[in-house]
Design a binder for this molecule. Sequence first.
Ligand code: NAI
Length: 280
Amino acid sequence: MSGAAGAGRGSAGSATGEFDGLVAIVTGGASGIGLATARTLAARGATVAVLDRALDGLDAPDARDPERTVGAGLTGFVADVTDRASIEAAVASVADRFGGIDIVVNNAGISAVGTVEENDDAEWARVLDVNVIGMARVTSSALPWLRRSNAASVVNVCSIAALNGLPQRALYSASKGAVLALTYAMATDHVAEGVRVNCVCPGTVYTPFVERMLAGFADPVAERAALDARQATGRMVEPVEVAAAIAYLASPLAVSTTGTALDVDGGVSHLRPRPAGARS
Ligand code: NAI
């Protein structure tokens, strides 16, 4: 961070914000929650490296500023979290280019729909490889630099599926349960080194991930309405809302926050409101 580990490193010298001088990696940062997070961190002063297996999502026009793309100000690195060599090379490139690494957002993840009868062994291996082992690969590759930072933070993107029984999400839920356990274990292992580790647990967030899932249902409109209704707030979570929670956990201002799971779920985990029109 701007301090002992490297004042003003990275390319965000002109920015002003709580992340000034910090270098952040966001995996899966070319779409959805990852893209919103990358943009939020950059807007608050971080130098942001997007690690994604495909970077074309960064080229889409920015609806708020048609002169720019959504990826303007971000630096993309092609890397696949299932490939250790690719991750090690990308992480080393980020550190080399920007002078270090302070923040890792382990966001890359894929969906899986089905009961235990419906996902075969290959699907189990594929999803756990991305959603769980991918986080271990990226974090272990970044740790040598994180240890040198005085604002080191890792934020894992978990899900309410870790602790709530959602229908037809056996494999996906198992992967996110593992992310929750991994978050606590990593937070414990690295607390004495000054590396904080936390996670966010989003409810259903309207991203391309959910759009693809909806397309697989016979009646996507009805399924979307059901997903909206599942949140106590009556609508799906927006990616920028998850990004704000990730930014809070990643921020040097959250220095005493480690080993926590922050729900961003429209109240789905803990609220039991009466249905509209029901009498008290
Ligand atoms: P998304 O599909 O919009 O974006 C995921 C990004 O990860 C894409 O850019 C994709 O290219 C990248 N990616 C996938 N596999 C990769 C790999 N092997 N290596 C590198 N990059 C890879 O998805 P979304 O919705 O933004 O999800 C992001 C994270 O949030 C995931 O971990 C997901 O499980 C989690 N999540 C999503 C929720 C939702 O309702 N959308 C709810 C709770 C958690």
